[in-house]
Design a protein around this ligand. Structure first.
Ligand code: PMV
Length: 336
């Protein structure tokens, strides 16, 4: 009889308050709290089934066991076997992104969330969320395990707007939902400025944060920014949230740029687009703000009413973009 295939689909998320820097790298404990919006269209689909040999497919291509991506996944599987006190077995894993790969979108959040959910479901033979719950596996537990593979993955376990609290230590850190997607239908238009591969991975980048003379001042200012962001999210106030998004993104990139050697994800085109977005806002009243991940591309955040005007300006400028918006959490099902 063919093995049951466990299928998980998990969303990516864009951080509003950024996770950059770890208080304890081995425990994957972040130096600060972060806040994010779950995305609707940027998702990873991962299927896991028991198999006679270990196989890993990414976007339809079989990866060699030496491939860094396969190795990262294998390390995470070993961790999950350990957590579930299961004897390691061979698994066939197929994963694909619903968004174009190598376009500089952080896929590690959706990738690690989907891999964690599908693998745990397969090992426990749990065909649904209800079955996982019955076996004592909560969403928060899965989020905590996923974060060991990629910190930001823990925020991909809920839809809408999500917080990841560093708390007093690795044992008490936790991710949890703040508001569901229906609370505020924000759009995220990902302006594709460069699709070149990252110069340095975020895992390596995080480790340099403490070297920046700006990092401690950042940490001391973050609680105030977080409170203001939470208030803006609660009251759906984009004119309050927007400037905070921009300050936060630029501050994270200042930390990256002020280490030796500097980590420079931004390009001259990123700067030109930042100026353009601000000009549209200030001179033409287009209520759009940017945030930036560990890459050169701008996430343009706006309400649905501003989207047509934004897209027509982007089209006039011959820009390339991907349309996204606030979305729902991961799904789980099975196939024979
Ligand atoms: O989860 P990681 O290790 O890929 O780090 C993510 C870091 C940022 O995307 C830059 C910020 C964030 O909070 O998602």
């Amino acid at each position: 009889m063919a093995a049951t295939v466990y299928l998980a689909e998990a969303p990516s998320n864009i951080a509003f308050l950024k996770y950059w820097g770890k208080a304890d790298a081995a425990a994957q404990w972040p130096a600060n709290d972060s806040l994010s919006m779950t995305l609707r269209n940027a998702r990873t689909e991962t299927s896991v089934q028991r198999s006679a040999q270990s196989e890993f497919y990414f976007n339809g291509h079989k990866l060699s066991s030496q491939d860094p991506f396969a190795q990262k996944a294998m390390r995470h599987l070993a961790f999950l076997f350990d957590m579930l006190e299961e004897t390691p077995i061979h698994l066939r894993i197929e994963t694909k992104n619903t968004f174009p790969d190598s376009c500089g979108i952080a896929s590690s959040a959706s990738g690690m969330a989907a891999l964690t959910l599908a693998t745990v479901a397969c090992l426990l033979e749990a065909p649904s969320w209800d079955s996982l719950t019955e076996q004592g596996i909560s969403r928060a537990q899965l989020a905590s395990w996923a974060r060991k593979g990629s910190g930001s993955a823990c925020r991909s376990f809920w839809g809408g707007f999500v917080a990841w609290e560093a708390a007093a230590g690795p044992a008490s850190q936790r991710a949890y939902p703040l508001f569901p997607a229906e609370h505020w239908r924000l759009c995220d238009i990902l302006l594709l400025i460069s699709i070149a591969p990252k110069i340095i991975s975020s895992s390596q980048g995080h480790l340099t944060a403490w070297d920046s003379p700006l990092f401690l001042p950042r940490l001391s200012g973050l609680p105030t920014r977080k409170r203001a962001m939470l208030e803006a999210l609660a009251t759906q106030d984009l004119s309050q949230l927007g400037p905070l998004l921009e300050q936060e993104a630029l501050e994270m990139h200042s930390i990256m740029l002020s280490v030796e050697p500097p980590i420079c994800y931004l390009t001259a085109d990123t700067s030109a687009w930042i100026v353009q977005v601000r000009r549209w806002r200030q001179e033409e009243g287009l209520e759009v703000y940017f945030t930036i991940d560990a890459g050169p591309n701008l996430h343009l955040i706006c309400e649905p009413a501003a989207k047509p005007a934004l897209l027509s300006r982007l089209a006039q400028a011959n820009a390339q973009w991907l349309e996204d918006e606030v979305g729902t959490g991961p799904t789980l099902c099975t196939r024979r």
